[in-house]
Design a protein around this ligand. Structure first.
Ligand code: PLP
Length: 458
């Protein structure tokens, strides 16, 4: 008999979670106006709202935390993190920030001007926000396969070189400050980008004198998929693959809350000293002095360890296989999910799942609420509520895909929890024909309404 696959770690510190019953949950979600962001976390049994900042640190990270140096300038913790960034990504210049969007804010303040164009692969929403806030345009150049949830493609995060070159050719010279490569591509479902695509994007961009920026939140998960799916790298270590990936980047921003396996933090890495000098000014203004940038010394220390740990193959295999374990259970039950299964989350196609709920009644949100009532699981709607209204007509914008995202925190839940999630969804799936009604909005904010919207049952 083959030994089954098991987690490559054991648990040293635990947090109790409350197993509520359906009656309690029905009352709590009603009290929360059917908005899962309004739920107290103690009312949630398995929390899949996000994989950002929700991971468990290792004993080595906790040990490093105790040795944090809280000096304002020149702290050893800063040098530990700076050395990790140089060792892993090869960047000589580095700035710490308090999270990923802060890194974007600092760097884009130096580089993005009004009427600029910033091409990329499905820019993350804060990245897009920081581009559009500066009255510049984010142009999506992701390959078409990414938008078909059934299409099997090993690197659905890739950029389409023809789309990219079209943007380069049709944009006035000097108006493209950089191109963003998001690894993994979060908005298209945690899908990886291949090294070949990184090389091609770099070559094309440099022919046009355009630097390349990696939005690096899940760089290690991306490298894991490269090892499995890109023949040239099957015998490379994750660290070697990461080094190869970053040969084709001029700069990086990173939310350390993902593959840094810390609860808070971000960073900027740069090859160009001039850009570093410009960004330093904004770092000091927005984040803090350049040797801490909004992070405590202890947090920089834990991050320096986390960045190395996240590249351990056994950790990554455990991580990605857990997501796959859940995904495969759902596929076996016939539940429509995004394929291939991504690195950090499962995306359920809510329109196919609940065929009788009208789109005006928020299908993915309806499914998210049902899953909470059924099993105490908190996912998140990536659909019409998130897509907001058209700023001109104030009509709902119906996105191409209406999804329920189940993001899996790192090193937090066991496969028993995955079984509960699968069972909860399968129970709802078996009754899917009986769901004919969703929700209507009682109150909403002008923008980013999904965080605070109040709903009622129809
Ligand atoms: C999370 C994330 C960000 C923003 O980072 P925060 O730490 O949440 O501010 C940017 N890009 C990607 C791809 C992300 O996943």
């Amino acid at each position: 008999m083959n030994l089954p696959f098991a987690e490559a770690y054991k648990i040293k510190s635990v947090e109790a979670i409350y197993r509520s019953n359906r009656e309690e949950r029905e009352a709590w979600i009603k009290e929360a106006n059917f908005n899962l962001f309004n739920l107290k976390s103690k009312y949630v049994f398995i929390d899949l709202l996000t994989d950002s900042g929700t991971g468990s640190m290792s004993q080595n990270q906790w040990a490093a935390l105790m040795q944090g140096d809280e000096s304002y300038a020149g702290a050893s913790s800063y040098y530990n993190l700076k050395e990790a960034v140089k060792d892993i990504f090869g960047f000589d210049y580095f700035l710490p920030t308090h999270q990923g969007r802060a890194a974007e804010n600092v760097l884009f303040s130096a580089l993005v001007k009004e009427n600029d164009v910033v091409p990329g692969n499905s820019h993350f929403d804060t990245t897009k926000g920081h581009i559009e806030f500066r009255k510049a345009i984010a142009t999506d150049c992701t390959i078409n396969e990414a938008f078909d949830t059934e299409a099997e493609h090993p690197f659905k995060g890739n950029l389409d070189l023809n789309k990219l070159e079209e943007v380069y050719k049709t944009t006035e010279k000097g108006k493209i400050p950089f191109t963003v490569v998001t690894i993994t591509n979060n908005s298209s479902g945690g899908q990886p980008v291949s090294v070949q695509n990184m090389r091609d994007v770099y070559e094309l961009s440099h022919n046009y004198d355009i630097p390349v920026l990696y939005d690096s939140a899940r760089f290690a998960e991306n490298a894991y998929f490269i090892k499995l799916r890109e023949k040239e790298f099957e015998n490379h270590s994750i660290k070697e693959i990461v080094a190869e990936m970053y040969k084709y980047a001029d700069m990086m921003t990173m939310s350390s809350k993902k593959d840094g396996i810390v609860n808070m933090g971000g960073l900027i890495g740069l090859k160009n000293e001039e850009v570093f000098k410009q960004a330093s000014v904004f770092n000091i203004m927005f984040e803090g002095f350049i040797t801490y940038g909004g992070m405590s010394g202890r947090d920089m220390n834990a991050l320096a360890v986390g960045l190395q740990e996240v590249m351990e193959f056994d950790y990554l295999e455990t991580r990605v296989k857990q997501v796959e374990y859940l995904g495969n259970k759902l596929i076996e039950a016939g539940i429509p999910i995004q394929k291939p299964i991504g690195g950090h989350a499962i995306f359920v196609n809510a329109v196919k799942f609940l065929p009788n709920v009208p789109k005006e009644q928020y299908i993915a949100q309806t499914l998210a609420i049902e899953l909470y009532k059924e099993a105490g699981i908190r996912g998140v709607e990536i659909g019409t509520l998130l897509a907001d209204r058209d700023p001109e007509t104030r009509e709902n914008r119906y996105p191409k895909l209406e999804l329920l995202r189940l993001a899996i925190p790192r090193r937090v839940y066991t496969n028993n929890h995955m079984d509960v999630i699968a069972a909860g969804l399968i129970n709802i799936f078996e009754r899917r024909e009986s769901y004919t009604k969703g929700y209507e909005i009682v109150e909403e904010a002008h923008i980013l309404r999904h965080f605070t919207v109040k709903l009622k049952e129809i």
